[in-house]
Design a protein around this ligand. Sequence first.
Ligand SMILES: *Cc1c(COP(=O)(O)O)cnc(C)c1O
Length: 402
Amino acid sequence: MNTPTDNRPAFEALGGRTPDGLFSGLPTPCYIIDEGQLVRNCEILAEVALSTGCKILLAQKAFSNYDFYPLLSGYLAGTEASGLFEARLGAEKMPQKEVHVFCAAYRDDEFDELLTHADHIVFNSVNQLKKLGGRAKRAGRSVGLRINPECSTQEGHEIYDPCAAGSRLGVTREQWNEQMTDELTDLLDGLHFHTLCEQNSDDLETTLKAVEEKFGNILPKMKWLNMGGGHHITRPDYDIPLLKKCIRGSMEKWGVGIYLEPGEAVALNAGFLAARVLDIVRNGDRQIAILDASAACHMPDVIEMPYTPPLYLADENGGEYIYRLAGPTCLSGDVIGDYGFAEPLEVGNMLLFGDMAIYTTCKNNTFNGMPLPDIWKRQRDGRLKRLTGFGYDDFKMRLGGR
Ligand SMILES: *Cc1c(COP(=O)(O)O)cnc(C)c1O
């Protein structure tokens, strides 16, 4: 998921230059991933890992632009995957590093291949552990079970709350008591929970109390505890000392190694989506700028959450000229948000949305036959390099005829 973050540091790093001044040569729409900001994030994460002894993985579902994996592997312990393809990508592109996988339910016919890529296999249910745990163990893999501490620390976004009533994610203590046997417990090397989403360490502290209450008698038998993702560690107001206290406290109390697997925090504010104004229409009092980038296709969380993404050089105090920025598709709701500007927009202007590295390139689509944006890298020296681009064939090949 993706909600507005304090994007000011990433915008300030652009030095007030206009989007056209910075990126005039780029085709729009296009994503620009900022290497400097990735490094700043990674330095924060690596310091947490180094000073506590925990291991931090990249959750690839948020960010899997693997051209950056060689850079990230200098700071992180490995990757986390949601299934076979991400596990394979992690193994291929961050070799020598750990590959962890969690999936709500594994397929029988993929499991052997998965075992060739992944070091840690985390199961979501006792059924799955019973069915596949022995195979993972015999292949020499570290076996984990996801628990549900039934401790909701977020409000308002039930689709992002694995602790919501009736959740399918993780084993509750009640399910554990009903279904687990000593034999199955012996298969386990670790426990995993993932309950946070864009949250600070006070919510981790609260969650750990629930974990202790529900699973405190199991944890001393484990080698590791994976605290999932959702830790917004690289956000300016994140309380890192409290995170370290939580990590060290858990290590001491239960004698376990600690893993964190943030996605967002790795690439927070590390990307832009550049778009241009194609047309400006007025309906009543409302001015609407139609862009060549679509919320529905290129920033789907804007509609799913929903949220309004930060926009470079938009007037935070309202601005004299207010425009609704919207996409070029036929979906009425393909709206990015209402923004104020100090000057009127014109057809052809370039606009730059912030925090567009996460849950974007790995989540976009070609609805309406929209082209997929190029992906560019902004190097630390400011130079731009094209990583990949797409055309008609990329749209067509997903629909048949091969
Ligand atoms: C989504 C997810 C993550 C990463 O979450 P972020 O909010 O991007 O930090 C980590 N682990 C699991 C199991 C996830 O589902």
